[in-house]
Design a protein around this ligand. Structure first.
Ligand code: 1CP
Length: 348
C-alpha cells in the first residue's frame, strides 16, 4: 500500500512512468444507482454510523469507476452528531441544525469532547477498518470539515449562500467565535485522527465555504483553528490535503495552516496555483464538473489540459474542481477514469 502511485503523487514523489492517479470528490452518493438502492429507508447520518453501510458505500465507486482511492463515506457533520448535538441531513438540502449556535449561552453549553466522544467514534473506526480490508491495495482517504465550514452550519442552522451570521459573529464577538472554532477544530481533528489510526492513508480537510472570507479575516479568525485541526494528525505519516471552493485568494494561507497538498477548484489553473504556493507543493484537482455534461471531446480536452497544467508539480492527483453533481451519468465518470489512466506516457 505504501507504494500506491496516488500516495507517491500526494507526497510529491511522482513515479514518471506511472499513469495519472484520480479520485472524485462526492464519488460516492446519489449519482450511483447502487448507492440509492442501499440507502433506501436509512437516513443519511444513520447510514454513516452503520459500519457495514459506510464501508460498502465507500467501496462502490472504486469498484465501478476504478478510481485510485476511496473517500470515506461520512459527512462533515457526523462528528457534530457523535458529540450529541441535534443535526440531520435533509435530502436535497444538506445539514440542518436543531438549535443554531448564536449566543454566549449556546457556546457555554457545547459538550466537552472527552471519553464519550472517543467512544462514539467507534462506528467510524470500525467502518474504516472494514473499508481498508475491502479496498486491498487501493488507499482510503479520510476527511473532516474545517472549523469555518462546519461552524458555518452550526451558526447559520443550515446551508447558506454567504455565511453572513458566521462572518458577523467573528467580527462582533471574536472571543465567542474563537471558542466555537476551537471546539470544532478539536471535534474535526479527533475525527481525522480516528480515521488514520484505523487505517486511512491520507486525509483531506474540507473548508468548502472559506472562499467567502477575505484574507485578513482568514488570517485573524480562521487559520489558527484549521491549523489546530490538522495538528491532530501531523505526527502521523499521512499526506494532509486542504481544499476550499473559490479560495484562490487564500491558497498560500491555507497551505500555511499545515497542509502538505493543496486541492484547487476549477476556477484557478493548476500552473497558476503552483506560482502562488511554496515550490514543491503537490496539487490535487481540478477538472470543471461542467465537462461531465458536455460532449466527450470537450471533456477529454479539459482532462488533458488539467494534466498538462499539473505536470510541473512534483505530484498531482487528478480530481474535479468540486464534487460530482448528483445528476451525473456514472458511465461518464468511468470513461473519464479510463481516459486518464491511458495518458501515462504523455506526461513522462
Ligand atoms: O464520495 C464522497 O465524497 C462521500 C463522502 C462525503 C464527503 C467527503 C459526503 C457525503 N459529504 C462530504 C463532505 C461534505 N459535506 C462537505 C465538503 C465537501 C464539499 O464541499 O462537497 C460539505 C460542505 C458537506 C455538507 C453537506 N452534506 C452538503 C452541502 C450542503 C450545502 O451547504 O450546500 C450536502 C448536500 C450534504 C449531504 C451529503 N453528504 C454526503 C452525501 C452523499 C450527501 C447527500 C445525501 C443524500 O444522499 O441525500
Amino acid at each position: 500500500m505504501a507504494d500506491a502511485s496516488l500516495l507517491r503523487e500526494l507526497r510529491g514523489d511522482r513515479d514518471p512512468a506511472a499513469a495519472p492517479s484520480v479520485w472524485f470528490m462526492r464519488q460516492a452518493g446519489r449519482s450511483l444507482p447502487e448507492y440509492r438502492a442501499l440507502r433506501e429507508g436509512t437516513t443519511m447520518l444513520d447510514s454513516c454510523l452503520r459500519p457495514d453501510m459506510a464501508a460498502e458505500i465507500t467501496v462502490q465507486p472504486v469498484r465501478r469507476h476504478r478510481v485510485d482511492a476511496g473517500i470515506f463515506f461520512s459527512d462533515i457533520v457526523v462528528p457534530v452528531r457523535v458529540a450529541g448535538l441535534g443535526v440531520e441531513i435533509r435530502s436535497g438540502v444538506g445539514p440542518v441544525v436543531e438549535h443554531p449556535l448564536r449566543t454566549e449561552a449556546d457556546i457555554d453549553a457545547l459538550p466537552v469532547l472527552g471519553d464519550d466522544y472517543e467512544a462514539g467514534l467507534e462506528p467510524i473506526r470500525e467502518a474504516v477498518r472494514r473499508t481498508v480490508a475491502e479496498l486491498g491495495t487501493t488507499p482510503l482517504i479520510g476527511f473532516a470539515g474545517a472549523p469555518f465550514t462546519v461552524a458555518s452550519y452550526l451558526v447559520e442552522g443550515g446551508p447558506s449562500r454567504d455565511h453572513l451570521r458566521t462572518r458577523a459573529l467573528m467580527r462582533d464577538r471574536p472571543e465567542l467565535w474563537a471558542r466555537l472554532a476551537a471546539w470544532v477544530a478539536e471535534l474535526s481533528g479527533r475525527f481525522l485522527r480516528a480515521q488514520v489510526l484505523a487505517g486511512a492513508s491520507a486525509v483531506q480537510l474540507f473548508d468548502s465555504w472559506v472562499g467567502s472570507l477575505g484574507a485578513a479575516q482568514y488570517l485573524e479568525h480562521v487559520q489558527q483553528h484549521s491549523a489546530a485541526a490538522l495538528a491532530h494528525v501531523a505526527d502521523l505519516p499521512v499526506p494532509r490535503i486542504h481544499f476550499g471552493v473559490g479560495a484562490a485568494h487564500l491558497l498560500p494561507e491555507m497551505h500555511a495552516a499545515g497542509a502538505t497538498v493543496m486541492g484547487v477548484d476549477h476556477r484557478l489553473p493548476l500552473d497558476r496555483a503552483l506560482e502562488l504556493l511554496p515550490a514543491g507543493t503537490p496539487l490535487q484537482g481540478n477538472i470543471d464538473p461542467a465537462v461531465l455534461f458536455t460532449a466527450e471531446e470537450a471533456r477529454f480536452a479539459e482532462a488533458r489540459a488539467v494534466l498538462a497544467a499539473g505536470a510541473a508539480a512534483p505530484g498531482h492527483v487528478v480530481n474535479l474542481g468540486h464534487g460530482v453533481p448528483p445528476e451525473t451519468d456514472p458511465q461518464v465518470l468511468t470513461d473519464l477514469v479510463a481516459f486518464l489512466h491511458a495518458q501515462g506516457g504523455a506526461r513522462a
